[in-house]
Design a protein around this ligand. Structure first.
Ligand code: SF4
Length: 65
């Protein structure tokens, strides 16, 4: 699975990071860092990554199979 991030849409709420801190991280400026940009999410992080994507209140994270 992959996750597409719409960085323009992201408002830095950090709910994705709460759910999946190994996958999503906000830097000191509140900008989102997605650890697996352009890659498949490793199997051991997929459940958390999907939870994080579902938690985003502005739908900036889209799970793509
Ligand atoms: S939950 Fe959504 S808006 Fe908040 S930091 Fe994550 S991607 Fe951005």
């Amino acid at each position: 699975m992959k996750i597409e991030v719409d960085y323009k849409r992201c408002e830095g709420h950090g709910l994705c990071e709460d759910q999946a801190p190994d996958v999503f991280e906000l830097d000191d400026e509140g900008d989102l860092i997605y650890q697996f940009e352009g890659q498949d999410v490793p199997a051991e992080h997929q459940t958390a990554a999907a939870r994080g994507a579902a938690a985003c209140p502005v739908a900036a994270l889209r799970v793509v199979q």
